[in-house]
Write a protein that binds this ligand. Structure first.
Ligand code: GDP
Length: 299
């Protein structure tokens, strides 16, 4: 948690500070409110939530008549928390109750899927669990190599196929291995080629169906690169239409002031952000924590 705060603070707090500066002006004109709204939109909060936040803040400022920075900060914090905490359950389901829990990791290439699989393996192995990583991105040999490196780094076994093997058969084999070895968790890395929407839907749907011949899929985690803004969000939507996503992993939050995307993506997809990526190293994955996140933003 401390790490989350420290890591985020560096990149995010410029956004929070400029908002606080604006809000603590003696008199707030319409132009100021527009600027506040623009600042929120620039941080990828999304147009509708930004308008809502500004409307709520305007009302509160009128009622409280305060310019005190501490009060303004707590007002803004409440607004952001309200937009982020909409009652969605952020618990990551990693307990299969006697059989391996199965997690599918999906998303566009380059967003950080393979890295997330590795980091997640690290967290679970650190918790004393046995983990199997399945390299179901069979289109890129490099992706399977990368996952293998992660496997030996974090102490998880890796199941891969020949390049060009049916991704679903690798996913099947990974789960079969998990069951045979009585592993606690199987994490399946998938391909993220956005070739055609139907191609993607067919492929991810098939991977999921084939896994489910042996064990239910407990989580479908959609990986989204926080630095890609609205474009990334559009692509995420395509994945969410292809397969029932249960949680979002927001990566590369360490290098961007666009943390507002948390609000936009949850709103767009109706799915909670469960994990955040804060760097390229094995320990740079953290559960999403609203309070710590908003505190980091506001500096
Ligand atoms: P994939 O194609 O979706 O599997 O993406 P990769 O896992 O190969 O990641 C793409 C690049 O993003 C790699 O260079 C990773 O090290 C980097 N990356 C992944 N997650 C993070 C993160 O949270 N922060 C930063 N700064 N880089 C990340």
């Amino acid at each position: 948690l401390v790490r989350l705060r420290a890591r985020l603070a560096r990149s995010q707090s410029t956004f929070g500070r400029s908002l606080l500066n604006l809000l603590s002006r003696d008199v707030l004109t319409d132009d100021d409110w527009d600027e506040i709204e623009d600042t929120l939109i620039t941080a990828d909060v999304g147009v509708t939530p930004a308008a809502q936040i500004v409307a709520d803040l305007r009302t509160q400022v009128k009622v409280l008549g305060t310019r005190d920075l501490v009060e303004v900060r707590s007002m803004l914090k409440d607004e952001l928390v309200k937009q982020i905490d909409t009652g969605m359950d952020r618990t990551l389901r990693t307990d299969g109750g006697g059989r391996p829990a199965v997690l599918m990791v999906v998303g566009v290439n380059g967003t950080g899927k393979t890295t997330t699989c590795g980091k997640l393996g690290r967290v679970l192995v650190g918790d004393g669990r046995t983990v199997v990583l399945g390299a179901a991105d069979t289109f890129r040999a490099a992706a399977a190599d990368q996952l293998e490196t992660w496997g030996s780094r974090v102490g998880a076994s890796v199941v891969r196929g020949q390049e060009g093997t049916d991704p679903a058969s690798v996913a099947f084999d990974a789960v079969a291995r998990g069951i045979a070895d009585s592993a606690d968790t199987v994490i399946v890395d998938t391909a993220g080629r956005l070739h055609t929407k139907t191609g993607l839907m067919d492929e991810l749907g098939k991977v999921k169906r084939v896994i489910e011949k042996q064990a239910p899929v407990d989580e479908v985690l959609l990986v989204l690169d926080a630095t890609t803004g609205q474009n990334g969000l559009r692509q995420a939507r395509v994945f969410a239409e292809a397969v029932a996503v249960t949680g979002i992993v927001l990566t590369k939050l360490d290098g961007t002031a666009k943390g507002g995307i948390v609000i936009a993506v949850q709103r767009e997809l109706g799915v909670p952000v469960k994990l955040v990526g804060l760097g390229e190293g094995p320990d740079d994955l953290a559960p999403f924590e609203t309070d710590a996140f908003v505190d980091a933003i506001l500096g």
